[in-house]
Design a protein around this ligand. Structure first.
Ligand code: BES
Ligand code: ZN
Ligand code: ZN
Length: 497
């Protein structure tokens, strides 16, 4: 999809289709839709007064202009109540409009973007592009039949008026494109099946990224990880024929900027290992690398946005399978931190690969560590598929993540890491067990990880729920979602030391 900015207005720009947004009440026709209504001698307000278009959020109505405007058709899209308007509603409405346009088979449209409510042109252009590109995403890579029926919007014009608005719109559009490319890139990786998206595949993608953006890149093979002392990561990787990879990307190395470490769980398929999972819905476990995918694309977005930070992206990636060489319940593993872990369940593998990755991240002396992981089914039970579980050891850092969450509409909700629950992780034969109780499972997973970051400010995002969804939301189609990516990019963009 090509999106560009041109100077023009809704009532003067000739095109096949003009997209116009309206709030719920005809008295609140403001901006481009008002100008169009006046040029159209009150046609839109008449539609609204008669109840044929109410302006409700997500409502859409296509009308023909019959020459009253230079646009042949107008798609009216509702924004809901003006008092409830925010950027999330705007992203939703943009997505709903985009989906309608795409489904109806139009390939081009124009839309006028002007300051609205308390939001600037830049903010609105960014959120519009994000809503549009995320909402019209489809994963078609492996469909071979009837490809000609796949619909696509090829050209979008954002109209700026007056000419001074061109720059702000272009800026917002550019940011929106970068963010959407990252999120949709993560979706592609999550939707990609485990027979294609292997640890080797992810490592190769990281290598390409490093090459294209001048990042430092290092992939440790399992043997090297073993020599370094990553006994937990190595134990998980041993159960599979696909070689595990411990992938590290570094952006802006050595420029005296604040260092932030991003750590992502990269289990390309989680069968549970010897503690094998029930087969029902096991196919979903190809999404168990969503954390690593988020880290990978966020590194790319950070480079494209030239965020002034030294970023370290750490992606331990392996399959979790049962095999003759697989690790077993009862095994005791020596982690990179030196602490030992008794394996109770080989299905609690995420915390094992992450504990070595977190310990490894300390070598960079980061100002903050954020990890993302599809860590626990318990987090899905607690918060569902709409909300990210948020944990951490530093109030200031937690607040910053919450601010990024509010700005992006990626919901995150705090859960505690109280010491009382640490009791359940005590082992008779090692320092910890890798599993506590079923109760408070998400918290106990977080507490386990907390033991590997020492005193470094750290946040853990359990994305097990939102990483992939069965039921589409306004700008999140079913399947892999790219959860956490927009939140991370916002967090990094807003970072101040
Ligand atoms: N990848 C799963 C967590 C998961 C479950 C993600 C459902 C998405 C949907 C993780 O590796 C796992 O299996 N966790 C176990 C931990 C338990 C053994 C302590 C779980 O949640 O059951
Ligand atoms: Zn598991
Ligand atoms: Zn897992």
């Amino acid at each position: 999809m090509e999106i560009r900015v041109e100077q023009g207005t809704a009532e003067t720009y000739p095109c096949e289709l003009m997209l116009l947004f309206a709030f719920e009440s005809p008295e609140e026709l403001i901006g481009p839709v008002r100008a169009a209504d006046i040029a159209w001698r009150g046609f839109i307000s008449a539609l609204m007064k008669q109840g044929d278009f109410k302006g409700e959020l997500h409502e859409r109505r296509l009308v023909y202009t019959q020459g009253a405007l230079p646009a042949k058709r107008v798609l009216l899209t509702g924004l809901g109540k003006k008092s409830e308007f925010d950027l999330e509603k705007w992203r939703e409405a943009s997505s709903k409009a985009g989906q309608y346009i795409k489904e109806a088979g139009f390939r081009q449209f124009a839309v006028a973007v002007q300051k609205l409510d308390r939001f600037s042109e830049t903010e609105l252009a960014e959120a519009f592009v994000v809503g549009l590109l995320l909402g019209t995403y489809q994963f078609n890579e492996f469909k071979t039949l009837e490809r000609e029926k796949i619909k696509e919007i090829s050209e979008v014009v954002l109209l700026a008026d007056p000419a001074e608005a061109i720059r702000p719109l272009q800026e917002g559009m550019r940011t929106g494109k970068i963010i959407s490319k990252a999120v949709n890139g993560a979706r592609d990786l999550v939707n990609g099946p485990a027979n294609i998206v292997t640890p080797t595949f992810l490592a190769e993608r990281a290598r390409e990224l490093a090459k294209n953006y001048g990042m430092e890149h290092q992939t440790l093979e399992v043997g090297e990880a073993e020599a370094m002392g990553m006994g937990a990561f190595v134990a998980v990787a041993r159960g599979s024929q696909q070689p595990g990879k411990f992938v590290v990307l570094e952006y802006n190395k050595g420029r005296g900027l604040d260092t932030i470490a991003l750590v992502g769980k990269g289990i390309t398929f989680d069968s549970g290992g010897i503690s094998i999972k029930p087969s029902e819905r096991m196919e979903r476990m190809k999404d168990d690398m969503s954390g690593a995918a988020a880290v990978l694309v966020t590194m790319q977005a950070a480079a494209e946005l030239q965020i002034p930070l030294h970023l370290v992206g750490i992606m331990p990636t392996t399959e979790n399978l049962p095999d003759g060489r697989a690790y077993k319940p009862g095994d005791i593993l020596k982690t990179l931190s030196g602490q030992t872990v008794e394996v109770i369940s080989t299905d609690a593998e995420g915390r094992l690969i992450l504990c070595d990755a977190l310990a490894y991240s300390l070598r960079y002396q980061p100002r903050a560590i954020i990890d993302l992981a599809t860590l626990t089914g318990a987090c899905v039970v607690a918060l569902g598929d709409y909300v990210i579980g948020l944990f951490g050891n530093d109030e200031g850092l937690l607040k910053r993540v919450e601010e990024a969450s509010a700005r992006t509409g990626e919901r995150a909700w705090r859960l505690p890491l109280w010491d009382e629950y640490f009791e359940y992780l005590k082992s008779d034969v090692a320092d910890f067990r890798n599993v506590g109780t079923r109760a408070a499972g998400a918290i106990i997973g977080g507490i386990f990880l907390s033991r590997f970051v020492e005193k470094t400010p750290w946040v853990h995002l359990d994305i097990a729920g939102p990483a992939s969804i069965d039921k589409a939301r306004p700008y999140i189609p079913a399947g892999g979602t790219g959860a956490g990516v927009r939140l991370l990019i916002q967090f990094l963009s807003d970072w101040r030391s």
